[in-house]
Design a protein around this ligand. Structure first.
Ligand code: NDP
Length: 385
């Protein structure tokens, strides 16, 4: 039977302005990194997309390499569009990215004009779309001038293949430089997609301030730390969970060290009448600089649980202090002054060696390294003091 979207889909969700721009994104967006690939059950992914839209989630985030195998999430999403969502295209914000390894040879990854624009053409074909709403540079590339990468994003918009552009995983100083280049080109940077959760807070060391000053939106990815910030691992690693899957990016050995904090956070969530997942999401959304949280999900009930987070978004000061104490061992610090140009970083410093990749790509066997890209880069740039 032909899918018909829920009539009241816009009643429950809130929509936030993306930085200073006119585009509004749902407070919760859905990413297709895991659970929508060729190894997954297509009908489950399809049900999640339909249900997400019924809940008012208008933004679906992809990348060329999502799967596994790489490209299969876009192919599956293309099928879902064709089967169910095509009549709603103007109600959807669909994003994709290029930057991680996608095809062999020197043009299949990183940030050259050749790589980005070829990849976008491939993505549009796989998803059977005329355009994407947002096209991202997925990661910074020290071997390509920033101007070249930004000019490729600008070109994508001028070709009518993307409506907006964004950057992902760019450290603060480089994000600022990218934003200035894009502005000069006449295609402003709409949004930045960084890794940000209770367990991963590098953005608080300058990036959020840059985004606020430049009027750029922020859409944190892995807001649940790939599922760690939920109650699912409290009693071990359940079958079918991301940590249990051979292709899942959450490694089993990452679970145990986090559990002590997870248990304490879970207690606070329960006192608030929320699931831990819900609390972790609204903890991010309390910062007005965060436009939307970009969740993943493996089932329809998880979507319901996560969207219901919006029913309780307020934190008392004592709750925030308690959370801070769990996360850092300290109570909340006074906010640092706004940093425009991170100290000690000259433009030439962007040309640093930073080949290690952040832990995200569905074809992990071909990824250069699983090291923490941001930590490596930040320490080399020496701005995260
Ligand atoms: P999350 O941190 O939200 O983790 C999602 C996982 O958490 C789910 O697959 C599920 O795990 C578990 N989960 C979700 N909701 C619940 C719940 N209510 N109760 C219990 N468990 C729950 O995000 P992801 O790591 O999946 O990343 C989200 C998106 O961010 C990606 O799809 C992608 O679009 C984007 N992304 C971008 C990156 C970039 O470099 N720009 C890098 C990584 C992600 P399980 O499968 O075990 O059930």
């Amino acid at each position: 039977m032909q899918y018909k979207a829920f009539e009241n889909r816009y009643n429950q969700m809130s929509y936030n302005k993306c930085g200073k721009w006119g585009l509004r994104l749902p407070a919760i967006s859905l990413g297709l990194w895991h659970n929508f690939g060729g190894v997954d059950v297509f009908e489950n992914g399809r049900a999640m997309c339909r249900h997400a839209f019924d809940l008012g989630i208008t933004h679906f985030d992809l990348a060329n390499n999502y799967g596994p195998p790489p490209g299969s999430a876009e192919e599956n999403f293309g099928k879902i569009m064709q089967l169910d969502m095509a009549p709603y295209r103007d109600e959807l914000i669909i994003s994709t990215k290029a930057g991680y390894q996608m095809w062999p040879g020197p043009y299949g990854e990183w940030g050259s004009r050749k790589s980005l624009l070829s990849s976008l053409n491939q993505s549009l074909k796989r998803m059977n779309l005329d355009y994407v709403d947002i096209f991202y540079s997925h990661r910074p590339d020290q071997d390509t001038p920033l101007e070249e990468t930004m000019m490729a994003l600008d070109q994508a918009v001028r070709q009518g293949k993307a409506l907006y552009v964004g950057i992902s995983n760019y450290p603060a100083a480089m994000a600022l430089k990218a934003a200035r280049i894009l502005k000069a080109l006449g295609t402003p940077c709409l949004i930045h997609q960084p890794k940000y959760s209770m367990f991963e807070r590098w953005v608080e060391g300058g990036l959020l301030d840059v985004l606020e000053n430049e009027g750029i939106g922020c859409i944190p990815f892995s807001p649940l730390a790939q599922g760690l910030l939920t109650d699912k691992y409290l009693d071990g690693i359940p079958e079918g969970s991301r940590a249990a899957k051979s292709w899942g990016f959450l490694q089993p050995e990452q679970v145990a060290p986090a559990i002590e904090k997870v248990k304490k956070l879970n207690e606070i969530a329960l006192q608030r009448g929320q699931s831990l997942a819900q609390m972790a999401l609204v903890w991010l959304l309390k910062d007005s600089r965060v436009t939307s949280v970009l969740i993943g999900a493996s089932s329809v009930p998880q979507l319901d649980d996560n969207v219901a987070a919006l029913n309780n978004r307020k934190f008392s000061k004592s709750e925030l202090d308690e959370i801070e104490l769990i996360l850092t061992g300290e109570t909340r610090k006074v906010k640092k002054p706004i940093v425009n140009e991170p100290r000690g970083v000259k433009p030439a410093d962007f040309k640093v060696s930073m080949k290690p990749s952040i832990p995200e790509t569905s074809n992990s066997d071909t990824t250069p390294s699983r090291g923490d890209f941001m930590a490596t880069l930040a320490s080399r740039l020496n701005y995260r003091k």
